[in-house]
Design a protein around this ligand. Structure first.
Ligand code: SF4
Length: 371
C-alpha cells in the first residue's frame, strides 16, 4: 500500500471518540480463516484505521472469536463495537458477557441493539425488564462506554430510537442506490442524530456488493453523504487497500456526485433518481418499488453473474409487505399514473411508462406484459 495513504479521522458525534472514517465490519470475518482476519486487521491498522465492529450473531460468535484472537495484545489500538439481537434485559446481559469473553476484553466501547425491525421490539427494549435498563447498568459498571442502534427497516425506526434511547451511535445504510428510495436517511435521520450528538456510522456503502462495478465511486459518494464513518465488510487485504485508497482521496464534490448519479452503472436506465421530473405520486411509487426489490429487477438484459447477484440481493430488506401496505393506503389511480408516465421525458433515459407498469405489477403482485 502507498505509504502516504492514511485514513482521515473524525469526531464521532459528541461521544468524545475520534474514529477513522473507514471502519471494518465483522460480518465477513466469519467466512475467512483467523490468519486472514489478522492480515485484514494488520492492513487496516497500518493505514490508520481504528474502528472495528462486529455482532454476536455473526456466525453465532465466530466473528467475535476471531477478532478477539487477532486483537489480543493490541486491544487498545481500536475502538470496538458489538451488537445483540436480544430485546430483554437478561438476554442482552448474557450476550454482552459472551461478547466480552469472545473478544478477550473487559470493555467494549459501543454495544448495539442490533437489527431492531419493529416498534414492538423497540417497546420491549424500553419496557420493564427490557434490554435498555440492562445496558445502562452495564455502562455504569464500566463494561461499555455507550449504546448503539441498528435496524434494517424504514427510517421511521431510527427516528423513534433517537427520541427514545440514550444513544451514542447509530449504524444505518448509506449508498447511492438506497438513497434513491430512502432519502429520509439523509434528510431526517442524519439531522436528528446530529442534533442529539449521536455518532453516525454507515453500512453497506457498496449495497451488499451490488455496487462492485465502481467501488471507488461508491465509497467516495457515500463518504460525502453525511455519516461520520463508513463501515465496509471486508474479507481480503486487497479490499482493505481498495477502500483505504478511495477514502484517502476524500468525498466526491457536488459536480462529481451529480456525474456519479448520472453514470453509475448500477442505476443505469432504470433506477429513479427522484429528480422531480415526475409527479410526487410517481416518484413515491418508484420509492415503494425500491422497498420491494431495491429497483434491482428491471427486466433488462444482464450478464449471468450480475443477474444472479440481483436475484440474491433484491429481497434483502424484506420490506415488500410494508411497500404493499403503503401502496394500498395511497389509493392511487394506476391508469392515471401510467398515462402521466407516458408523457415524461426522463433526463436519465428511463422509459418511465414501462417502469411505472413494472412498479405497479410488483406492488400489486401481478404479471406485467412486456410485449
Ligand atoms: S424523470 Fe426519471 S429520474 Fe426523474 S423522477 Fe421521473 S423517472 Fe425519476
Amino acid at each position: 500500500m502507498d505509504e502516504k495513504m492514511t485514513l482521515p479521522k473524525i469526531a464521532l458525534g459528541k461521544t468524545g471518540f475520534t474514529l477513522s472514517r473507514l471502519g471494518i465490519g465483522g460480518f465477513h470475518q466469519v467466512e475467512i480463516s483467523t490468519d486472514v482476519v489478522a492480515q485484514v486487521v494488520d492492513a487496516f491498522l497500518e493505514a490508520g484505521g481504528n474502528y472495528i465492529e462486529t455482532a454476536r450473531s455473526y456466525g453465532n460468535g465466530v466473528s467475535e472469536e476471531k477478532l478477539g484472537r487477532v486483537l489480543e495484545g493490541r486491544r487498545d489500538k481500536v475502538v470496538l463495537s458489538s451488537k445483540s439481537n436480544k430485546r430483554d434485559g437478561e438476554g442482552i446481559r448474557r450476550e454482552l458477557e459472551a461478547s466480552l469473553t469472545a473478544l478477550r476484553t473487559d470493555h467494549i466501547e459501543f454495544y448495539f441493539f442490533h437489527g431492531v425491525n419493529t416498534m414492538a421490539e423497540l417497546d420491549a427494549i424500553t419496557g420493564p425488564g427490557g434490554a435498555l435498563d440492562a445496558l445502562l447498568e452495564a455502562k455504569d459498571e464500566g463494561l461499555i462506554s455507550g449504546l448503539g442502534f441498528s435496524s434494517h427497516r424504514p427510517p421511521q425506526l431510527y427516528l423513534e430510537a433517537l427520541e427514545r434511547l440514550p444513544l451514542s451511535v447509530i449504524l444505518i445504510w448509506d449508498n447511492y442506490l438506497e438513497e434513491q428510495f430512502m432519502p429520509e436517511i439523509q434528510r431526517e435521520v442524519y439531522p436528528l442524530a446530529r442534533e442529539k450528538g449521536v455518532g453516525i456510522t454507515a453500512m453497506k456503502p457498496l449495497a451488499d456488493g451490488f455496487l462492485y462495478q465502481a467501488p471507488e465511486l461508491a465509497l467516495r459518494y457515500a463518504l460525502g453523504s453525511g455519516s461520520d464513518v463508513l463501515i465496509c465488510g471486508t474479507n481480503a487485504v486487497e479490499h482493505v487497500q481498495q477502500a483505504v485508497a478511495a477514502i484517502a482521496k476524500g468525498p466526491l464534490n457536488a459536480e462529481e456526485r451529480a456525474a456519479a448519479l448520472r453514470d453509475a452503472p448500477e442505476l443505469g436506465r432504470y433506477v429513479c433518481r427522484q429528480c422531480g421530473g415526475c409527479s410526487t405520486d410517481l416518484m413515491a411509487l418508484f420509492r415503494l418499488e425500491g422497498y420491494v426489490d431495491r429497483q434491482m429487477i428491471d427486466y433488462l438484459p444482464h450478464d449471468p453473474a450480475n443477474y444472479a447477484l440481483r436475484l440474491r440481493l433484491a429481497g434483502w430488506f424484506d420490506m415488500a409487505d410494508i411497500a404493499r401496505e403503503r401502496f394500498a393506503a395511497a389509493g392511487w389511480d394506476a391508469d392515471a399514473l401510467v398515462a402521466e408516465a407516458e408523457g415524461v421525458a426522463c433526463p436519465y433515459d428511463i422509459d418511465v411508462a414501462r417502469k411505472a407498469r413494472l412498479a405497479l405489477g410488483k406492488l400489486r403482485q401481478e404479471e406485467v406484459n412486456l410485449l
